[in-house]
Write a protein that binds this ligand. Structure first.
Ligand code: C2E
Ligand code: CA
Ligand code: CA
Ligand code: CA
Length: 279
């Protein structure tokens, strides 16, 4: 038993060191991809159930590695945050996003908004909002069409600095969206105290909507809360027709998920907009 214990400890150490090495290698390679402007962006439509049209898109970072294939954001976003690369990554996603959405709005005569995920780490950069604002301006995209998606990890940081940054965003006319709503702890006080315009109900609440009446009541409660406080509500991760029907019945106006469309590369997104534009 003693020997086995020793072996196990050794196996653990090797696995640990391998993981460290792996992360270090990914970090180096991510840096190289960023330097070469080779991180891609996928776009997922956000759909208005009442207007029956796409009203905006969420930009999602994509890393297609020449040797390792597609690496999930769930893997490389934390690495980017740890390695101090999230600012550069976020800027690339924002620049690409602004450019594409401005072109689509022009080409198809629409005014889609662009939602971009902003990590807590990026909030430490005092120049963040001015940089985003000038990027949007260079592309001819109105700042009011920029939505910043933040999670509660942002709100857990230094209150004063966060509030200042959020007020700065509001000053530019940008929208603030509270992502993954319901998965953190103190969302309710934030809704009262901070300038949040939109709530995105986390996918985990939508998953079993068609199976679990309690979840329906929970979503109904969030919708009421949003309505009372004057916030838009988006349901994330809508995959099934019956989920959409329930959400429609509850008066949820905005939905996002595989049922409407998976995240698409820009060319496919452009084709989709052309198709729905003509319909
Ligand atoms: P998120 O912001 O909650 O983004 C939604 C995630 O749900 C995306 O995963 C999207 O592909 C996925 N999704 C959308 N609809 C459905 C559905 O109907 N069913 C299911 N099962 N999944 C759906 P993705 O692209 O893998 O991104 C994962 C997370 O990585 C994002 O979660 C976000 O937190 C982070 N992320 C992605 N891009 C960026 C970025 O540019 N910057 C930052 N800071 N974070 C990013
Ligand atoms: Ca998001
Ligand atoms: Ca989310
Ligand atoms: Ca998430």
């Amino acid at each position: 038993a003693k020997k086995l214990g020793k072996d196990q400890a050794q196996v653990f150490d090797v696995a640990f060191i391998e993981r460290m090495n792996q992360n270090w290698m990914l970090e180096q390679e991510l840096q190289r991809y960023l330097e070469e402007d080779a991180i891609q962006v996928a776009f997922q439509p956000i759909y208005s159930v009442t207007a029956k049209r796409i009203v905006g898109v969420e930009a999602l970072a994509r890393w297609s590695h020449a040797v390792r294939g597609n690496i999930s954001p769930g893997v490389f976003i934390p690495i980017a945050e740890e390695a101090g690369l999230i600012g550069a990554l976020g800027a690339q996603v924002m620049r690409r996003g602004c450019r594409e959405v401005a072109a689509w709005n022009e080409a198809w005569g629409v005014s889609l908004f662009l939602s971009v995920n902003v990590s807590a780490k990026q909030f430490a950069d005092a120049g963040l909002l001015a940089a985003i604002h000038s990027m949007a301006g260079e592309c001819g995209l109105g700042a009011e069409l920029i939505h910043l998606e933040i999670t509660e990890s942002v709100l857990l940081m230094d209150d004063v600095a966060v509030e200042r940054t959020l007020m700065e965003a509001r000053g530019y006319g940008m929208g603030i969206s509270l992502d993954d709503f319901g998965t953190g702890y103190s969302s309710l006080s934030y809704l009262l105290n901070l300038p949040v315009d939109e709530i995105k109900i986390d996918r985990s609440f939508i998953n079993d909507l068609h199976l679990d009446p309690r979840r329906v009541e929970l979503v109904r409660a969030v919708l009421t809360l949003g309505q009372t406080l004057g916030k838009r509500v988006v349901a994330e991760g809508v995959e099934r027709e019956d989920q959409l029907e329930i959400l429609h019945g509850l008066g949820c106006e905005f939905v996002q998920g595989y049922l409407i469309s998976r995240p698409l590369e820009s060319e496919a997104m452009n084709d989709l907009l052309g198709m729905v534009g003509k319909a």
